[in-house]
Each structure stands twice: as structure tokens, then as C-alpha cells.
Design a binder for this molecule. Structure first.
Ligand code: 2P0
Length: 349
């Protein structure tokens, strides 16, 4: 008789930061230099689907990412997540005699993204969130999303924010162990039902400088970075939480665009400079500025991560104005692939 296979499948959505994480104060523990805040997108739009299984018949830990096998033991980030989750399962098995003894079985994790990997569309966020969540589910660990976020954070920082739906902060924490560097929900998606998100895929090519390498170069060489982490982001986090709680789109939009611009300024202040935006990205910025001028206020907000693709936040009432204007700008770009996303509550998974 063949050995039984234990299996769980989960999916985790992408999150897009409006106050950006960029810079680590501890590379080993993956602790950020500043807190950050994001909006989780709908699972119907951008997500990672992951199945974790284990069996006495498996000979090694393995990860299949979009059909290609990656070595788990050669990735310190994957290994650290697996080690923590296994240790907790062992503790659970020691406490509860009736549980199957599966903690020491080898793991097989199969993961698929429904969007371009490593194109600055937060693939590592959804990927590591789903990875940690799938093994947590397989091991039946009774953890809250915040507890799990401490493990997912060590895989990829931004992953900790994908464990919640709606508006999510990653509090940088103070403890040297990183125990308090976790994600918490600021507001569920239903809190602001009029909010819409459009993703403008300017290029699906893999990005030139990885986030991990880029942010380490920034920490080492940018003087603007220290000013941002110490004196700008703490106040901005407070203002952004207030804007979200008050459903104040003008403040939300202003802060989002300022923070995106400062993040890219910090990249430019890095030696050698890091360029993530391209001419199409800049055309989108100008288009959003002109939309906002035309309404004498704020109808749209742009933000760009570590790549040229734009994420635009707007309210349902302004959909026609925003999408029509942006379509005309992007018709010469590589593609207009996704629009009108609505973030959903991640309790669905
Ligand atoms: C963010 N980014 O807050 C920012 C904005 C990119 C620009 O989090 O080294 O892939 O794995 O912790 O999480 C990308 O950084 O970096 C990121 P690691 P991660 O979403």
C-alpha cells in the first residue's frame, strides 16, 4: 500500500503598497527600516494558487513554481519559513497525541501565479503569503493571520501584508528579534466600497534590479533614504490610516502619489541609480495629474512599485473619466491588460 499524501490548497492575493516598504534594518531577519501600508487586490485578479502536500513517500522538500522546479533547501528564505512551520507542527504533535505525525515528512509545494512573475507586480508578496499559508493549513496550526505574517515576512517582506484583505499595515516593530514586525488590518474592504483599482501593465518583462538587491544598495548609498525612513514615513503612516478611516480620497490620493514619488526619488538617489519608471510610466503620471487638474481636486492616484507598471486608485463615481483618459495614454503601450479591480476580503480563502 502506498503512503498517504496529506494536502491543502490556498490562494493569496497581491497587495499594492500606498506607503512603500524599501530598506531593511536587519537583512537576516528581514526587518524593514520603516512601516508600510497597502491595499489587497481581489483574488479574481492577481493571485497565487498554492498546494502544499507532504508524505512519507516524498524524498526531498521541493517547490514547483509556475511549472519549474526550484530547490527549496538552496533558498534561505524558503528554508526559514519551512523550519519555523515544521517546528510549530512538531510542538503541536507533542501536545496532541491524536494528531498524525507528519512534521518530519518531506514537503512538496506547487505554486502558480495568474500574472507575470517578477515584473514589479508584487509576485513575491502573493507567492510567499500563499506558501506560508498553505503549509500552515497543511499543519493545522491554530495561528491568526498576524502570527502567520511573522513567518511570511521572513520569506518576503511585502508577503506579510497579503495575509489580510482590505487595507493592511506592516508595523516595522521595535524588537531586535522581529517578534513585533507583523501585519495588521487597518480596515476591511467593505469599509470603502467605492474604492477601485486599475493595473496598467506597461511591461510584463522581468525587472532589471530585484527589490531585495535594490533596497540594500539604497540603504548603503542614499542619504535621502535615511531622511525618508526616519522623518517622513512615520508621520505619513498616521495620516494614511486617518485618510482610510475617514474615507478621505483626496488625502489618500495625495499621500499615495507623494510616497510613490519619494520611493522612486530614493531609487534615483542610489549609487548606481535605479530606474524603475519608463516613458509610459511618466506619461501615466502626467495623465493622472491632468485628470486631477480637470476636477480641481483628486479623482485618481497613481503608484508604481519596483517596475514600470502603474496602479491607479480611484472611486467608482470617477470610473469613466479615469479609465477613458488612461486608455488613451496607454494605447501605445505594450498592453492594457487589467482594469477596474475591486479589492476583496481575503477571508474568502
Ligand atoms: C512595497 N516593494 O511596499 C515595496 C514597494 C517594492 C516597492 O515590498 O527583500 O519583494 O523580499 O523583503 O517584499 C518589494 O520588496 O522584498 C516591495 P524582500 P519585497 O510593496
Amino acid at each position: 500500500m502506498s503512503a498517504p499524501v496529506y494536502q491543502k490548497t490556498v490562494s493569496a492575493p497581491v497587495n499594492i503598497a500606498v506607503i512603500k516598504y524599501w530598506g531593511k534594518r536587519d537583512v537576516g531577519l528581514n526587518l524593514p527600516s520603516n512601516s508600510s501600508l497597502s491595499v489587497t487586490l481581489s483574488q479574481n485578479d492577481l493571485r497565487t494558487l498554492t498546494t502544499a502536500s507532504c508524505s512519507a513517500a516524498f524524498e526531498e522538500d521541493s517547490l514547483w513554481l509556475n511549472g519549474a522546479m526550484e530547490s527549496m533547501c538552496e533558498s534561505p528564505r524558503l528554508s526559514v519559513c519551512v523550519r519555523e512551520l515544521r517546528k510549530s507542527r512538531l510542538e503541536l504533535e507533542a501536545k496532541n497525541e491524536s494528531l498524525e505525525k507528519i512534521a518530519n515528512y518531506k514537503l512538496r509545494v506547487v505554486s502558480e501565479n495568474n500574472f507575470p512573475t517578477a515584473a514589479g507586480l508584487a509576485s513575491s508578496a502573493a507567492g510567499f503569503a500563499a506558501f506560508a499559508q498553505a503549509i500552515c493549513a497543511l499543519y493545522e496550526l491554530p495561528w491568526t493571520p498576524t502570527e502567520l505574517s511573522r513567518v511570511a515576512r521572513q520569506g518576503s517582506g511585502s508577503a506579510c501584508r497579503s495575509l489580510f484583505g482590505g487595507y493592511v499595515s506592516w508595523e516595522m516593530g521595535e524588537q531586535p528579534t522581529g517578534a513585533d514586525s507583523v501585519a495588521v488590518q487597518v480596515a476591511p474592504v467593505e469599509h470603502w466600497p467605492e474604492m477601485r483599482v486599475a493595473i496598467l501593465v506597461v511591461s510584463a518583462a522581468k525587472k532589471g534590479v530585484s527589490s531585495t538587491a535594490g533596497m540594500q544598495a539604497t540603504v548603503a548609498t542614499s542619504s535621502l533614504f535615511a531622511e525618508r525612513a526616519r522623518n517622513v514615513v512615520p508621520q505619513r503612516m498616521v495620516e494614511m490610516k486617518n485618510a482610510i478611516r475617514a474615507r478621505d480620497f483626496a488625502s489618500f490620493a495625495q499621500l499615495t502619489m507623494k510616497d510613490s514619488n519619494q520611493f522612486h526619488a530614493v531609487c534615483l538617489d542610489t549609487t548606481p541609480p535605479i530606474f524603475y519608471l519608463n516613458d509610459t510610466s511618466r506619461a501615466i503620471i502626467r495623465a493622472v495629474e491632468s485628470i486631477n487638474s480637470s476636477v480641481n481636486g483628486y479623482a485618481a492616484a497613481y503608484t508604481f512599485d519596483a517596475g514600470p507598471n502603474a496602479v491607479i486608485y480611484f472611486l467608482e463615481k470617477d470610473s469613466d473619466l479615469v479609465l477613458t483618459t488612461l486608455r488613451s495614454v496607454t494605447q501605445n503601450a505594450e498592453g492594457w491588460e487589467k482594469a477596474d479591480f475591486k479589492p476583496v476580503e481575503s477571508s474568502e480563502f
